[in-house]
Design a protein around this ligand. Structure first.
Ligand code: TXE
Length: 483
């Protein structure tokens, strides 16, 4: 497989290059070798993409919604047929183990294309009777949408944004993270192959500056960002200045609460999935694991035992269950947090170091006896670092779980169904789990409250964020004017 694409950008149905843009090296995180070099979008490239998107959107919006949907479902089918190639590329782009990318990336992108493809034909307005007069509403697209992606799920993020946007009749210019620029180009290729008119979905590479140029361009009607809360605030502010629509999928410091009656094996499994999958680089991770004091040591012992069974290695190999961090920069950020955890007095149960091998590997790490004020309990780390905190009673743990600026996700492990629903009902989070963690089916809304974001991706809810209603008052009788 060659990973150097035919061009850095994909605009108006074809690869485009402009070597005047800053170089973007694609570094394989497991070895540190450079696999390809792309270039950031210059102002000329950005202009080309937005011009193409604006022109294509006008025509795409005239298609019948069911015909639009058919293109998306065809693209979903192609993605599934090519899952192996796409998974290998995702592994090279991100460093995530192939056993993950085969089941969580192109497959979940295909789920989104299939779901919104199917939904497209049912997108309607309504008839509102007012006696003799009436109102009808028309669901209209927003226009040109900009999608800006993070580096942890490059294929999934491109599809989660493109599928509802395109189903509603919008066009999109997508800017992948500069750390993982390859996968979105494949999504663009597949959409064209499935029959999408050229210009409806475009990819422009670049760093934050390119993203900022896209966000502020007057031709853009909506911005959907997946990224850090700091970037979210900047992008939200820039969009607000022009009254543009936004969806913000940002970070979190989500709580997972394990009560004393929980099934310990399942709770440990949930904590592993919610902290170590994708080397911990998932926004909804349950990185504050509150464990009832009475079962704490039992929980920690089993957690350490199961964590020691992780296969850390080359992500291209089938048996590898933990790969490297996405980049050297991200590894260094996480190493900083490991130092802080140790310095602030947390008890290291396992891990805590970089691995002595090529690539950007950090051992899966568990800190116990973490207190609410420690840095590792307050800040999003975005690495394989689990903080285990103790608690005594329900009211106390709910208050502590909510004591964070974030509110993306939350989980509860207990066999008491009344308690499960009572506690979840009081947790401030957008995506919640009972006796599970981190499931994100396309049928369910996904997104955060508080500083974790604005709007929802996936489900019928996403349609509300990519369309707007026009209401039309129809008078059947005469107009009565005062003069
Ligand atoms: O994210 P950024 P980075 C966290 C994680 C990580 C940190 C930094 O902790 O260590 O963020 O990662 C684009 N206008 N998360 O730098 O900066 C940028 O090019 C428009 C958590 O990769 O948020 C990229 O495409 N766009 C997070 C995207 O925004 C701008 C996922 C995200 O970049 C921009 C990723 C600007 N002014 C990182 N500045 C999660 N919780 O899911 C940057 N970008």
């Amino acid at each position: 497989m060659t990973v150097q694409p035919k061009g850095s950008h994909f605009i108006n149905g074809a690869y485009v290059e402009d070597t005047a843009g800053d170089a973007i090296p694609v570094v394989f995180a497991a070895t540190g070798e450079t696999l390809a070099t792309l270039h950031a979008g210059t102002p000329a490239i950005i202009d080309q993409a937005l011009t193409a998107a604006a022109a294509a959107q006008r025509e795409w919006a005239t298609w019948s919604p069911r015909e639009r949907g058919r293109v998306l479902t065809r693209a979903a089918q192609i993605m599934r047929e090519r899952n192996e190639d796409l998974s290998q590329l995702e592994t090279l782009d991100t460093g995530k183990p192939i056993q993950e990318t085969r089941v969580a990336d192109a497959t979940s992108g295909a789920d989104a294309l299939e779901y919104f493809g199917g939904l497209a034909g049912s997108l309607t307005g309504e008839h509102i009777p007012l006696g003799e007069d009436w109102v009808y509403t028309v669901r209209e697209p927003l226009g040109v949408c900009v999608g800006i992606g993070a580096w942890n799920y490059p294929t999934q993020i491109a599809c989660w944004k493109a599928a509802p946007a395109l189903a509603c009749g919008n066009a999109m210019v997508f800017k992948p993270s500069e750390t993982t620029p390859l996968c979105a180009l494949k999504v663009a290729e597949i959409l064209i192959e499935a029959g999408l008119p050229k210009g409806v979905f475009n990819v422009v590479q670049g760093m934050g500056q390119t993203g900022a140029q896209l966000v502020t361009d007057p031709r853009v009607d909506k911005v959907s960002l997946t990224g850090s809360p700091a970037t979210g605030k900047k992008v939200y502010a820039a969009a607000a200045a022009e009254m543009k629509h936004v969806t913000m999928e940002l970070g979190g410091k989500s709580p997972m609460i394990v009560f004393d009656d929980a099934d310990i094996e399942n709770a440990v499994g949930g904590a592993i999935l919610g902290n170590f999958y994708s080397s911990g680089q998932i926004c909804s991770n349950g990185t504050r694991v509150f464990v009832h004091k009475s079962i704490k040591e039992k929980f920690l012992a089993r957690l350490a035992e199961r964590t020691s069974q992780a296969v850390i290695g080359d992500p291209r190999e089938d048996e590898t269950s933990i790969g490297p961090m996405v980049s050297e920069a991200q590894m260094n950020i996480v190493l900083g947090y490991l130092d802080k955890g140790k310095a602030e007095g947390a008890r290291l149960i396992c891990g805590g170091t970089r691995l002595d091998r090529d690539g950007f590997y950090i051992a899966p790490t568990v800190f116990a006896d973490v207190t609410d004020d420690m840095t590792i309990a307050r800040e999003e780390i975005f690495g394989p670092v689990m903080a285990v905190l103790d608690f005594d009673d329900e009211a106390e743990v709910i208050a502590r779980a909510n004591d964070t600026p974030y509110g993306l996700a939350a989980g509860v492990f207990t066999k008491d169904i009344s308690r499960a629903h009572r506690v979840i009902g009081q947790l401030q989070a957008g995506s919640c789990f009972i006796n599970s963690y981190n499931d994100a089916p396309v049928e369910a809304p996904f997104g955060g409250v508080k500083a974790s974001g604005v709007g929802r991706e996936n489900s019928k809810q996403a349609i509300e964020h990519y369309s707007q209603m026009k209401s039309v008052y129809v008078r059947m009788g005469d107009v009565e004017a005062p003069f």
